[in-house]
Design a protein around this ligand. Sequence first.
Ligand code: PEP
Ligand code: MN
Length: 236
Amino acid sequence: CALENETQVFTTAKTVAASGAKFFRGGAFKPRTSPYSFQGLGVEGLKLLAEARAETGLPVITEVMDTRDLDIIEKYVDALQIGARNMQNFSLLKEVGRSKLPVMLKRGMSATIKDLLMSAEYILSEGNFNVLLCERGIRTFETYTRNTLDLNAVPVLKAETHLPVVVDPTHGIGLREHVASMALAAVAAGADAIMTEVHNSPELAKSDGEQALLPHEYQDLVTRVRKVAEAVGRTL
Ligand code: PEP
Ligand code: MN
């Protein structure tokens, strides 16, 4: 979830790279529900992220929460994430629409598929065509799980757009023991990419520890993703 310290960043980056990850994501600027919760390391986090890229060769992505942070973030990363809480921050969308970097746009927790598509248009209409759509779960009456992962969105978005569709089963269900099942379901539903949170010591995580996979669980998931992909006529 968040970039926390050298040990956490490098252990996690190296293990996911060895397991076959194609991208490494860590939050330096964190959108937290409470202003008193850990807000991220800021620029120090961006530096750790850039070092993780140098170490592993994996391209890196981080969330941009504020137009004022965009210049500095662009110096350190390969792609930008717009978080669920900012999906309809239209000035931010227009600003990343002028960036040269690809943007992964996460669906707002109360946003319809149409809302998500319209938000993507804000980025595209400024000239940035490298947009990825991310389904990360929506709020429903269900409270047993953190969110309700809307896998309906995957085939619908694939049919309605040419944009790659990413699924984030981690925030979608919010419970470590069930993340893998939803990741596999997302692959079967046609997702182009899966993003999961991984932590070397989730019990010590400063945010979202209860939903982070352990490194060995991530490794095991990649093996199973490959098998499900093959079963539905796709390749990893
Ligand atoms: C995250 O990706 O860590 C995050 C904050 O996600 P979301 O914006 O989907 O809540
Ligand atoms: Mn998180």
